[in-house]
Structure formats: structure tokens, C-alpha cells
Ligand binder design. Structure first.
Ligand code: SF4
Length: 254
């Protein structure tokens, strides 16, 4: 009797489960689960969809201001260089060293890249080598430094003052080429092998290269030693002065 009751109850319970089944897994229940899951996935912390958790405009310092088109061309280019992160040198720079001087200069000096002092100040050739270049310009050529234009092949400091790598130089050279086309100097004086190689495509020693003059985009080019080489080797002073005099003669300054 008891077993017959149990059997009846079990049968009734199974029937009830059977009837319940469609309600547990009908379409509305399924879509409710799906929309709940979608909400959980899309808004885990109430910030919106996962891909929008850190939209660019919410990251401080990442807001890209449009460049004021009414600025002078060199100024617009300087702003572009300051924002540039096209090569690995951007990662460790303190300041981009764009270049400085007279935007209508007849003489443009080109070095290789910023050192520590330049990286800190954002100005080219301000360290010991830069002070020597300033003496060459002001005491030797007898013109104020601000009358010439000074720039480098790369605008950000290579670590430990190493030479810029070929890919870094190639990545950055567009800025220098545009500086040259804006300033339109009559004379380019390339300081050292890195400048010579990247602007003229010339390999080899400065000792040989300085025996000739060159042309870049219709501009007369002179090659000489980098001022930092003069700091290491005083015997380079005479040849550097000879090279500077060649440029001055070309310009009718002596
Ligand atoms: S070195 Fe030139 S290309 Fe590289 S990040 Fe600096 S400005 Fe940009």
C-alpha cells in the first residue's frame, strides 16, 4: 500500500516536471538569460562596453588639439615634431629638440641628434659641443648665433648619446627636409658623419668628404667635423675653420 502511494506520488511529480519543462526553457526565458549575460559582459563596472572602458579622450594628455593653421610653417612643423612618436626615441625623450634660429637664415647647420643638455632644454647645441659651435659662429664667423638656423637629423635624444640608428634617422629625416625647404638656406653645413650620410647618402670618413662640396636640392653643402669631435681632438680645429671659411667665401662674407 505504501509502495503504491510512493509510486503514485513519484509518477505525479514526474508529470509535473514534464509539464514544467517548457516553462523553464521557453524562448522568453532563454532571451532573458541572454540579455542578462549581454548586460553583464557589456557593463562589468558600469563604464560601458569593454572596448570603450578607456576611450582615448578620457586619458589625460592624449587629447589631440588641432594645429592652428594660421601659425608660421616652422611653428606648425615644430608642434608636429613635439607630438611625434613615430620611432622608439620618443619613449625616453624629455623634450623634442626641433631646431632653432632665423627662419630666413642663409646658413643652416645640421648635426646628428640631441644630447643630454639638449634633451633637457629642448634646444639644439647647448652643451659643451654646442658652446663650441656658438663660438665658431659668433667669434669666427662674426655673426650672432640667432642669425643662422641649427637643426639635427633626429629630434629626440638617442640613449647614452649613441648615434641614431638608420631606421630612426629615416623615420625623422622628413622633419629636417621640411625645415630645409621652409628656411631655404643658401648654404648647408653638415656636422659629422651622421648628417653627411643621412642627407647626402655619403659613407666614409669626414677627412675625405670635406675635400669636396655637394649640392642638396639646389643648396650648396659643406661637410665638416662635428664639434664634439673637436672637443676630443684639438687638431680638428684648423680643418673645421677652413671648411667654415669655404662656406663664408661662397656667401661673400669674406
Ligand atoms: S626622433 Fe623624430 S621620428 Fe623619432 S619620435 Fe622623435 S621626432 Fe619622431
Amino acid at each position: 500500500m505504501i509502495s503504491s502511494n510512493i509510486s503514485e506520488h513519484l509518477e505525479a511529480w514526474l508529470l509535473w516536471q514534464n509539464e514544467l519543462q517548457p516553462f523553464l526553457f521557453d524562448d522568453s526565458f532563454t532571451s532573458e538569460i541572454q540579455s542578462g549575460l549581454a548586460q553583464l559582459t557589456a557593463e562589468p563596472f558600469g563604464y560601458g562596453k569593454p572596448k570603450d572602458l578607456f576611450p582615448a579622450q578620457k586619458v589625460p594628455g592624449k587629447v589631440e588639439e588641432p594645429i592652428d593653421e594660421s601659425l608660421p610653417p616652422l611653428e606648425k612643423l615644430r608642434i608636429k615634431a613635439e607630438k611625434c612618436s613615430a620611432c622608439r626615441l620618443a619613449a625616453k625623450r624629455t623634450k623634442t629638440v626641433f631646431g632653432e634660429g632665423n627662419p630666413n637664415a642663409e646658413i643652416m647647420f645640421v648635426g646628428e641628434g640631441p644630447g643630454e643638455d639638449e634633451d633637457l632644454s629642448g634646444r639644439p647645441f647647448v652643451g659643451r659641443a654646442g658652446q663650441l659651435l656658438t663660438k665658431i659662429i659668433e667669434n669666427g664667423m662674426k655673426i650672432p648665433r640667432g642669425q643662422v638656423y641649427i637643426a639635427n637629423i633626429v629630434k629626440c635624444r638617442p640613449p647614452a648619446n649613441r648615434d641614431p640608428m638608420p631606421d630612426e634617422a629615416q623615420c625623422c629625416i622628413g622633419f629636417l627636409k621640411e625645415q630645409i625647404s621652409i628656411v631655404k638656406p643658401k648654404v648647408l653645413i653638415l656636422l659629422g658623419k651622421v648628417a653627411m650620410k643621412n642627407l647626402l647618402g655619403l659613407e666614409g670618413a669626414i677627412t675625405r668628404a670635406r675635400e669636396s662640396t655637394y649640392e642638396y636640392d639646389g643648396i650648396r653643402v659643406f661637410v665638416t667635423y662635428h664639434p664634439s669631435a673637436l672637443l676630443r681632438n684639438e687638431s680638428y680645429k684648423r680643418p673645421v675653420w677652413e671648411d667654415i671659411k669655404k662656406a663664408m667665401k661662397y656667401l661673400g662674407m669674406m
